[in-house]
Design a protein around this ligand. Structure first.
Ligand code: 13P
Length: 252
């Protein structure tokens, strides 16, 4: 049985004070860690504060990106060494906004996945098609290319610690969420690709999340799907009450 996960991706939102207020409002009300992993991926500059405040609770902290190099002349980047030092547990890699606005390629993402695992950071690897690709019936092709590339040469020792998020780009921040059936088909397909790369046994342990306009009103439909193990949520994870509601729905 895979443990569900609800991960909030705050993107470029929240000041330190707002983030602290969020932790005060959520940590006491989150469901038991035995039922769901609750994660918030926050801007790097406030990670240390969040890690400190979330200690001993079921709020786990992640970063939203990471450099594939450990140190050196990479102005503006955050290294795996720094994330490890900050004691974050997770890191989102290959988000479509990073791919689209910052030219991250499958090769960059693959190097980042390897580095994250080397530093015992749990990667949340994002894959997903744009609308034109869906309309041209290329969704599976895109999902396969991105998944295979991200995992190329990656040795997985703890399948529970590698998370893949299916995020159709057309559903992100648009309010136009994918139907539960679309999410199930895509997550199931990604699982079959992982099974081909490794084994069915390993693929059955990897958590695959759906992301794209998830909110308290629709999370249960996704959670009812056998291959959807949780959500990666942007807008609806910014407010404490809706984040708690989403986590509770995943725990049921
Ligand atoms: P929204 O939930 O705001 O659509 O964002 C999804 C997302 O990009 C999470 O990574």
């Amino acid at each position: 049985m895979r443990k569900p996960m609800l991960a909030g991706n705050w993107k470029m939102n929240k000041t330190r004070d707002e983030a602290i207020e969020f932790t005060l409002a959520t940590t006491k009300n989150l469901p038991c860690e035995c039922k769901v992993d609750c994660v918030v991926c926050a801007p790097a500059i406030i990670l240390r504060d969040l890690v400190k405040r979330a200690e001993g609770t079921n709020l786990h902290i992640g970063a939203q990106n990471m450099c594939e190099f450990e140190s050196g002349a990479y102005t503006g980047e955050i290294s795996p060494v720094m994330l490890k030092d900050t004691q974050v547990e997770y890191v989102i890699l290959g988000h479509s906004e990073r791919r689209a606005y910052y030219n991250e390629t499958n090769e960059h993402i693959n190097a980042k996945v390897k580095k994250a695992l080397e530093f015992e950071l749990k990667p949340i690897i994002c894959v997903g098609e744009v609308l034109e690709e869906r309309e041209a019936n290329k969704t599976n092709e895109v999902l396969k290319t991105q998944t295979v590339a991200a995992l190329e040469g990656v040795e997985i020792t703890n399948p529970e610690d590698v998370i893949v998020a299916y995020e159709p780009v057309w559903a992100i921040g648009t309010g136009k969420s994918a139907s539960a059936q679309i999410a199930e088909e895509a997550c199931g397909y990604i699982r079959s690709v992982i099974a081909e790369l490794y084994s069915k046994e390993l693929a059955d342990k990897v958590r695959i999340l759906y992301g794209g306009s998830v909110k308290p009103a629709n999370i249960k439909e996704y959670m009812a799907q056998p291959n959807v193990d949780g959500g990666l949520v942007g807008g609806a994870a910014l407010k404490a009450d809706s984040f708690v509601e989403l986590c509770q729905a995943c725990a049921e």
